[in-house]
Design a protein around this ligand. Structure first.
Ligand code: NAP
Length: 276
């Protein structure tokens, strides 16, 4: 078993990225918009701004109250869309109940959509003509690349079909010539399907959901989940302690997929800034 060290992978990528950013005359600018008081979202935003500062990306943070109107949010996004100093716009999800994320995202121009969540960028991925790719699945692909894990012809099972993680992950794996199965809450015989996976990506949001009996000997296991266990400790979707010995590669939580997600946001912002 080899642990895929997301922190080390992210540090190496960030060092390369910093060198590139240092050479730019105009530093990339990222606007981060958060609506409401969600504690987890606030931590994510803080970490994203910290990463910007480390890499020399200008960051602008906008905090709107939970009771702000849809039109107030969309007016802000329109203003940021028109602002030449802003290369990337990140709208932290989820939005408070009652707000329409899809409508809000449609106010982010596709070339500033550094999260890759717009209909256009998702469509490009579907057409195998990726422009800006969603940060979490993109980061996982970079980890495969850095670890030299081949995907072509492999059976990849993705558990989860969200537009932000599961679906783009499945599409990237398909585009890399894996044979892909997507599972979700209505999937029957989930354990049996997982057991046939050479590459298993868990993006479910349920603590320790993937148990050792669901994992094929020697599989590569990627844990996207960010959950709290019964003691309030951060844990993934995979029962790490019991699963790890059965794998060839596995990502830990914390220190696996998470650091790469933020790194790919920085990367996408850099790429957006270079497209003049
Ligand atoms: P989500 O939108 O809630 O999607 C969860 C998916 O899991 C859904 O497709 C759901 O199926 C499926 N699912 C739920 N229960 C299941 C079950 N019993 N069997 C099989 N599938 C089941 O979540 P998400 O946004 O994709 O995020 C997933 C997890 O990743 C969360 O823990 C989140 O915090 C974490 N995350 C981590 C990062 C990172 O950087 N590390 C980034 C993003 C997300 P249905 O579609 O049928 O409901």
């Amino acid at each position: 078993m080899k642990l895929i060290d997301g922190k080390a992978c992210a540090a190496a990528m960030r060092a390369e990225l910093k060198e590139k950013i240092d050479k730019l005359d105009r530093k990339p600018g990222l606007a981060v918009v958060i609506v409401g008081e969600d504690a987890a979202s606030k931590i994510y935003v803080r970490n994203k701004i910290k990463a910007c500062n480390e890499l020399g990306i200008r960051s602008y943070s906008y905090e709107l109250p939970a009771d702000c109107t849809q039109s107030a949010l969309e007016e802000l996004l329109d203003a940021l869309a028109a602002d030449k100093q802003i290369d990337g716009i990140l709208l932290q999800l989820p939005l408070p109940k009652g707000m329409d994320a899809e409508s809000a995202i449609s106010h982010i121009p596709v070339d500033k959509d550094v999260d890759g969540f717009s209909t256009y960028n998702l469509g490009r991925l579907l057409q195998r003509k990726e422009k800006i790719v969603a940060c979490t699945p993109f980061g996982i692909m970079k980890m495969f690349e850095r670890e030299g894990i081949s995907l072509s012809g492999k059976h990849a099972v993705v558990i989860g079909r969200s537009e932000t993680v599961g679906k783009p992950m499945a599409m990237l794996l398909l585009n890399a010539n894996a044979t892909v199965t997507i599972c979700h809450s209505k999937t029957q015989n989930l354990a049996n399907i997982c057991k046939t996976a050479d590459i298993l990506v868990a993006a479910v949001g349920k603590a320790k959901f993937i148990t050792a009996d669901m994992v094929k000997e020697g599989a590569v296991v990627i844990d996207v989940g960010m959950n709290r266990d019964e003691n309030g400790k951060l844990c993934g979707d995979v029962d790490f302690e019991n699963v790890k010995e059965h794998t060839s590669y596995i990502t830990p939580v914390p220190g696996g997929v998470g650091p790469m997600t933020i790194t790919m946001l920085m990367y996408n912002t850099y790429v957006a800034a270079c497209k003049e």
